[in-house]
Design a protein around this ligand. Structure first.
Ligand code: FAD
Length: 42
């Protein structure tokens, strides 16, 4: 089954990135919306 619309993920923390990875492994596209311009220091 095709997934033309990406799943929108709010936040590029570990939870958001893990969700995107889990979706990608199932060939489901996603788009992460992250408010920070760069990675967190910790
Ligand atoms: C100083 C510090 C040190 C830590 N050290 C450790 C450690 O050594 N080991 C450990 O296991 N845990 C540590 N933690 C805890 C760990 O960082 C969190 O448990 C973990 O990051 C939670 O992941 P999360 O994806 O749920 O949330 P977050 O990592 O908080 O990610 C949420 C993301 O969503 C973004 N966001 C929020 N609102 C919006 C919005 N409206 N639109 C777009 N983007 C948005 C934020 O910018 C952020 O990038 C530490 C936390 C802090 C603060």
């Amino acid at each position: 089954m095709a997934h033309p619309d990406p799943v929108l993920i709010a936040g590029g923390g570990i939870a958001g990135l893990a969700t995107a990875l889990a979706l990608a492994k199932r060939s489901i596209p996603s788009r992460i919306l992250e408010q920070r311009p760069q990675a967190c220091a910790h």
